[in-house]
Design a binder for this molecule. Structure first.
Ligand code: FPP
Ligand code: K
Ligand code: ZN
Length: 523
């Protein structure tokens, strides 16, 4: 390598342009890189100079290196991301993303957001809550495209408000009257009036109703029979009758089944019974396992591309089937998955991307960021490894081993994801607009970063009635003063505990659990 001496006074611009730090290539590699370029030693391809035309002028003011975390210091930023001869659409968009995020991450541009005592933009709780609540006002015409996803708007809003510790039960009656016409007599909920029941819309409806305390409007017996029609002989679930079979279906179906306390036995007329299946969980773990790809991540269905959203669906689904330490290693290659998930945390942005060689996006703060609590429960420290060795009682004795950077994610969310101005809301990245989906999942991701979730082995995983209760054994601990200090957060920047499996406030899951106990009469 020909790294020049790091004097520390180069401007960021110079550092990003400095291609002398690119590793020299072996002649074989050089031959590969040279193909299609005029000259592999010239730091440009097709006339575009490294690091690419998306790169913008260097910040004029930024925090001193000593005041920045290591991954934002000039010496780290100087490391080239792509070989100069490998400039593609991918590298161009990555450089453009870094250029739009860096001034915000380094404090050069605060977007005039009020700062917390650590100099980071404070969490704009009031504005984000107002942005979420505005979903319940009449929506502008472009929202016609979400007519098939109406329950998602209710879920994102209520889950987001819950994370911000805003009351959500006052919405109960309005929500019930809105979703009742979406419920089909044959079970399940469609996305809009007159639409076919769908696993994703039903999942969102059930979670929204749980947040609002309105689950009693669900026809549970019909729901149970409808779920029986989407369970497949190979163990997975279709999204709707005749629709695609994918891992969202597996997670959504198991969530619905568990929160509504439905019987595990398949209804007598479920088509999967003909293939010898007797319960909703038969062959499910194996089917989820078949979605792990050569990269180590999880795809939507076997032989597709690994994506972070599907990693969450897989881990959460397995965490409903059994204690994470039992079900996750049983069906997944945990080491390969950890490696893949860790590689999704982008540098220098600090948030997560959804898949290999793609861009940071705040919604993956949940889809990928939410995986860590489940994974860390799957590979707990040695003294908490199985139900027979319950957690050590002395607080602080067990050291938590983080497999990711909480600090980097928090910084991305506070600096890059918050929409400035009166509007509020959270967004994918600075060049995009906020919406309910990104606001909900940014807040869920912030919760995953700020709180610690532990799995209680002392809890039962199957109850006396044979129903799955494994996912009800979670508890949350807020951050310590020392952690807040290390992450640059004030107490007012901390969001509430979001349940690691069901992605609604912890208290909502507590309230929902046992709600239907004793009603019986379904199987
Ligand atoms: C690619 O979008 C995104 C996917 C392939 C998966 C999206 C799925 C979810 C977000 C959640 C599913 C879960 C449930 C419970 C319904 P893209 O190409 O626009 O984004 P990318 O470049 O970041 O991959
Ligand atoms: K995206
Ligand atoms: Zn997104």
């Amino acid at each position: 390598a020909t790294a020049k001496e790091d004097t520390g006074d180069d401007t960021l611009d110079e550092l990003l342009k400095d291609t002398s730090r690119v590793e020299e290539l072996s002649s074989d590699e050089e031959a590969v890189f040279r193909r299609g370029t005029n000259d592999a030693t010239t730091p440009e391809i097709n006339g575009v100079p490294f690091p690419g035309k998306g790169h913008q002028p260097a910040p004029k003011r930024r925090l001193a290196d000593a005041d920045l975390p290591p991954w934002l210091r000039t010496s780290t930023l100087a490391l080239p991301l792509y070989h100069p001869a490998f400039q593609t659409t991918t590298s161009e968009s990555q450089h453009k993303t870094i250029a739009e995020c860096l001034p915000l991450l380094t404090g050069q541009d605060t977007q005039t957001l009020p700062l917390n005592t650590h100099g980071l933009p404070a969490l704009r709780r009031t504005q984000h809550a107002a942005f979420l609540a505005s979903t319940f006002n009449p929506l502008p015409a472009p929202y016609v495209v979400v007519d098939a996803s109406r329950p998602w708007l209710f879920y994102w809003t209520l889950a987001g408000l819950g994370a911000l510790a805003q009351p959500t039960t006052p919405y109960r009656d309005r929500l019930i009257s809105t979703v009742r016409p979406l419920q089909n007599p044959t079970g399940g909920f469609g996305g809009g009036h007159g639409q076919l029941s769908h696993c994703a819309c039903t999942y969102a409806t059930v979670l929204a109703l749980a947040c609002a305390g309105g689950l009693r409007c669900v026809d549970r017996a019909a729901m149970w029979r409808w779920l029986g029609t989407v369970k497949q002989a190979d163990g997975g679930f279709r999204m709707a009758v005749g629709a695609e079979e994918d891992i969202r279906g597996a997670y959504c179906a198991m969530t619905i089944l568990t929160l509504l306390d439905l019987p595990l036995a398949l209804p007598p007329d479920a088509p999967a019974r003909a293939a010898g299946l007797a319960t909703f969980t038969d062959r499910l773990g194996e089917w989820v396992g078949s979605c792990q790809t050569y990269e180590g991540g999880i795809s939507g269905a076997p032989n597709n591309e690994a994506h972070g959203a599907y990693a969450f669906c897989a881990l959460a689904c397995l965490s409903i089937l059994d204690a994470p330490s039992e079900s996750i290693p049983r069906y997944l290659d945990v080491d390969a998955l950890v490696r893949w998930l860790a590689s999704m945390q982008t540098q220098p942005e600090g948030g997560f991307a959804g898949r290999t060689e793609k861009l940071v996006d705040a919604c993956y703060s949940h889809w990928v960021g939410g995986c860590w609590a489940l994974l860390q429960a799957a590979v707990p420290p040695p003294n908490r490894r199985s139900p027979s060795t319950p957690p050590s009682s002395a607080a602080g004795e067990v050291s938590e081993r983080d497999l990711w950077s909480r600090e980097a994610l928090i910084r991305y969310l506070l600096t890059c994801s918050q929409q400035p101005g009166a509007k509020g809301g959270m967004r994918d990245k600075p060049s995009t607009r906020p919406d309910g989906y990104h606001t909900c999942y940014s807040l869920a991701g912030l919760s995953a970063a700020q709180n610690r979730y532990s799995y209680d082995f002392a809890g039962e995983t199957v109850d006396a009635g044979g129903r799955l209760v494994a996912a009800f054994n979670w508890s949350v601990t807020g951050p310590s003063e020392a952690e807040l200090e290390a992450w640059g957060c004030d107490g007012a920047d901390v969001v509430g505990g979001v349940h690691p499996v069901f992605v609604v406030p912890m208290a909502v899951v507590e309230r929902t659990r046992g709600m239907f106990e004793g009603l019986g009469g379904l199987s």
